[in-house]
Design a protein around this ligand. Structure first.
Ligand code: ATP
Ligand code: MG
Length: 269
């Protein structure tokens, strides 16, 4: 997955990242969905081990433009995991209570504990994305947040959290197709939010804000991946494979069973 990782310190130009790319698994949708099933199973095994070992914590951050596929990614990639060890945290427009605190307050308390996986559906990055695009706070305020975010994520990483951040990269045309589908398909209409059209008009400002965030906050300890997301089946394979490879790299082990189990005789039960 190295080709989708944003190298720390590099300048991201999203126009150079192809949202249609399927080059790592050029297998098409049908075979892609079959492969995902296998990955779902592998992820479930790894999550069981993570939970059993109770040592590592995994934080998965999902960011995307509207219709970018955050919900679908969660549904498809985490289809088989045990809900007991996985949480999804959604970050919507802050409440008055949240706004009365610093922007990391609501985020920190949703981070994973030992043995847990937490998926952020939107995240603290909104505070340098929508907030920057709409000038919800002055540039002197949001401008400092890249440093805060790096320090925050460093703290989490130093204390045992593995962090993976995915930007689901769709094209503006693909967004138009998905918005149309939301209007046309009865079972998708509820998802249509007229407000999304206003945000779409700000596409270029959002791309700038994303580029700044990706360039300034992709680190060794909390890397960003730019996931080609026009093809949903491919997006899911990239995200699932990245998570699996990362978990496999943790060297997790089942805890030692209590001593003396060999001597236990259950024949009288
Ligand atoms: P869906 O994809 O189903 O529409 P969503 O994540 O877009 O889900 P919405 O309720 O439509 O959910 O939108 C949440 C909104 O909250 C987004 O427009 C997002 O930019 C906004 N938001 C999130 N965090 C902040 C923040 N810190 N400040 C201001 N707005 C925020
Ligand atoms: Mg929305």
């Amino acid at each position: 997955m190295e080709q989708y990782r944003v190298q720390p310190g590099s300048q991201v130009d999203l126009s150079q990242w192809d949202p249609n790319d399927t080059s790592l698994f050029p297998v098409g949708k049908k075979e892609g969905r079959k492969r995902l099933k296998k990955l779902n199973k592998r992820l479930a095994e790894l999550q069981y081990l993570l939970w059993a070992e109770n040592k590592h914590k995994l934080l998965v951050v999902l960011q995307a433009m509207d219709t970018g596929g955050k919900d679908g990614t969660i549904r498809k990639v985490f289809a088989r995991v045990n809900p007991q060890g996985v949480q999804v945290a959604n970050f919507k427009k802050p409440t008055p209570e949240e706004l009365a605190h610093d922007y990391l307050w609501r985020v920190h308390k949703r981070t994973p504990g030992n043995g847990e996986i937490t998926i952020f559906n939107r995240s603290h990055y909104e505070d340098v994305l929508v907030v920057r695009v709409h000038n919800l706070v002055p540039p002197e305020v949001w401008g400092k947040r890249y440093d805060h975010i790096r320090a925050f994520e460093k703290t989490l990483a130093d204390e045992g959290t593995t962090i993976l951040k995915f930007y689901l990269h769709i094209s503006k045309d693909e967004q138009a197709r998905r918005l149309r589908a939301r209007l046309e398909r009865p079972e998708k209409r509820w998802k249509f939010n007229p407000g999304d059209l206003k945000e779409r008009a700000l596409w270029d400002s959002y791309m700038e804000a994303y580029q700044a965030a990706l360039s300034r906050t992709s680190t060794e300890f909390a890397p960003w991946f730019v996931v080609p997301a026009n093809h949903k089946w491919y997006r899911d394979l990239v995200v699932a494979t990245t998570i699996i490879q990362t978990l496999e790299g943790l060297g997790m082990r089942y805890p030692q069973p209590v001593e003396g189990l060999e001597a236990i005789d259950l024949s009288g039960l």
